[in-house]
Ligand binder design. Structure first.
Ligand SMILES: *Cc1c(COP(=O)(O)O)cnc(C)c1O
Length: 265
């Protein structure tokens, strides 16, 4: 994973690292402005919508730059990449006494990776099946015992918004969300915080609105049973305005801040 600062030439008079810092600073400010504008239009308070900067495929050097720019929450989606990156980031930040950002795991979790994920993740957004609930609960208990973490794992139930032939690629169908939420709530080491969804790609504005309205409706049902489950994780680089309009509390934004993801191969 190359540091983009080493492959992007800097403008005249700046080093590549300074240029990358400025680029991230500029794009982060632009996303924060989009969020503020979306909140104004939806009549919501700025402080009610949180930004998770998705840093998957980008190196620890970029995450360090983001932390220096005030980013406190990052998102990752692959355990192997994230666990190595967090070790490197910890070493880099320790040099000047900064602490690690909160890590939101937003990708599919294989049950055999649960024990690794709970070493560094504060939140798992993508819980979609009973077996994973049990694995994460056991893994969190073990990590607490081993002194690898001090807090319960926050968990969101991922909703599957795809319809017809595309359904079933991740997430639980909205009908099953209440049952899965109840299973999470019964686990001693998990803390149910709400729901998460990814809008199906290629939707027209109307379809997008309908998709996010289903998320809102499902989130309300879950919250009726579990008053602490107040988070609605929805909205990415391309659709954050629509997500804010539909009540999202957490946006997961990657490419609008970091640029196009490098080819992982
Ligand atoms: C990669 C990813 C994002 C960020 O997507 P962008 O379109 O780059 O903002 C958000 N959520 C999930 C689950 C992701 O995997």
């Amino acid at each position: 994973m190359a540091d983009p600062a080493e492959v992007t030439p800097g403008a005249a008079g700046t080093t590549p690292a300074e240029a990358r810092h400025h680029e991230l600073s500029h794009k982060l400010a632009a996303v924060r402005e989009r969020m503020a504008q979306a909140c104004r239009q939806a009549g919501r308070r700025n402080g009610d919508v949180h930004l998770v900067t998705v840093t998957k495929f980008f190196p620890a050097a970029d995450v360090e730059r983001l932390v220096r720019l005030g980013v406190g929450d990052i998102g990752e989606s692959r355990d192997q990449e994230a666990s190595a990156k967090m070790v490197e980031l910890g070493e880099r930040l320790a040099l000047d006494g900064r602490s690690l950002p909160r890590v939101h795991f937003v990708g599919q979790v294989q049950t055999n990776k649960a024990r690794s994920v709970v070493r560094y993740a504060d939140v798992v957004h993508s819980v979609d099946r009973t077996r994973l609930v049990r694995s994460l609960d056991r893994a969190t208990a073990a990590a607490l015992d081993a002194g690898e973490r001090t807090a319960y794992l926050k968990v969101l139930v991922q909703l599957d918004l795809e319809e017809g032939e595309h359904a079933g690629r991740g997430g639980v169908l909205p009908d099953g969300a209440l049952a899965l939420a109840a299973e999470v709530a019964e686990c001693a080491h998990l803390s149910l915080r709400g729901v998460m969804a990814v809008a199906p790609p290629g939707l027209e504005p109307d379809g997008l609105r309908r998709a996010f309205d289903r998320v809102r409706a499902c989130a309300q049902l879950v919250r009726a049973d579990h008053p602490d489950a107040t988070w609605v994780s929805a909205g990415m680089s391309g659709d954050l305005e629509q997500a804010v309009a539909a009540g999202a509390t957490h946006l997961r934004v990657g490419s609008a801040i970091l640029g196009h993801r490098p080819d992982p191969r």
